[in-house]
Design a protein around this ligand. Structure first.
Ligand SMILES: [Fe+2]
Length: 220
């Protein structure tokens, strides 16, 4: 098993995210993509069967959870700086179906920032988040958009005024208080995994390609 390189770990620290290409073995990723199509009840060759209302769904398909290999778990633990992560029993699908609308740059958000959920900013609301991509994503094809270094800006802001930004909900509304760098639209391949920090500003984006974007989210 090959662990993450120093360069990859440094990149995660600096940018607040890391896309690891080909982390999922090809045969596992291929089986997972086929399973996702079955789970969503859609035929890859028949757009009439693509149900755009079903973006977020939970499945217990063994082929999907097989993506969470030991190597995957170890990488998540390394980046989070904690051990003992368990592989999930279910897959949380976030699929983005094609739209006829025009592609527009999305605004950022952080996860775990729903008011009623009451997540605090410190200690961290979760340790690390992941997106596992089950098919190739072209530009404007629904790839995740990330703001490099934004996690550090948010952390500095939160520490500058712990009272105001005690809750993730309030930090997620403070975008006018920081000056984010230009965002990066990721265009991952099947079997790639995006790891992102709990303060990484990110967004889903519209898929104006002709294929659904198939992926799973998992957080520890
Ligand atoms: Fe998110």
């Amino acid at each position: 098993m090959i662990g993450l390189t120093d360069e990859q770990r440094n990149s995660y620290e600096e940018n607040g995210y890391l896309l690891v290409s080909g982390l999922i073995p090809e045969a596992v990723a291929e089986a997972a993509e086929a399973a996702m199509w079955r789970c969503i009840g859609a035929d890859p060759n028949d757009p009439e069967t693509w149900n755009v209302s079903k973006n977020h769904q939970v499945f217990d398909s063994p082929e999907l959870v097989a993506c969470y290999t030991l190597e995957f778990i170890r990488a998540a633990e390394t980046l989070a700086g904690e051990e003992g992560f368990k592989p999930p029993a279910k897959a949380y699908a976030i699929n983005v179906f094609p739209t006829d609308a025009e592609w527009t740059r999305p605004g950022p958000h952080i996860d775990h920032a729903i008011k009623d959920h009451g997540h605090k900013t410190f200690p961290r609301a979760f340790r690390v988040a992941t997106m596992t991509f089950l098919n190739d994503v072209p530009p404007y094809g629904g790839g995740t958009v990330v703001w490099p270094g934004g996690h550090r800006q948010l952390e500095a802001l939160a520490k500058s005024d712990p009272e105001t930004y005690e809750m993730m909900y309030d930090l997620n509304r403070a975008w006018d208080k920081i000056d984010l760098d230009d965002p990066v639209e990721l265009t991952p391949k099947r079997g790639d995994v995006l790891f992102y920090h709990y303060l990484c500003p990110h967004a889903g984006s519209k898929n104006v390609s002709d294929r659904p974007r198939l992926a799973m989210n998992m957080k520890w």
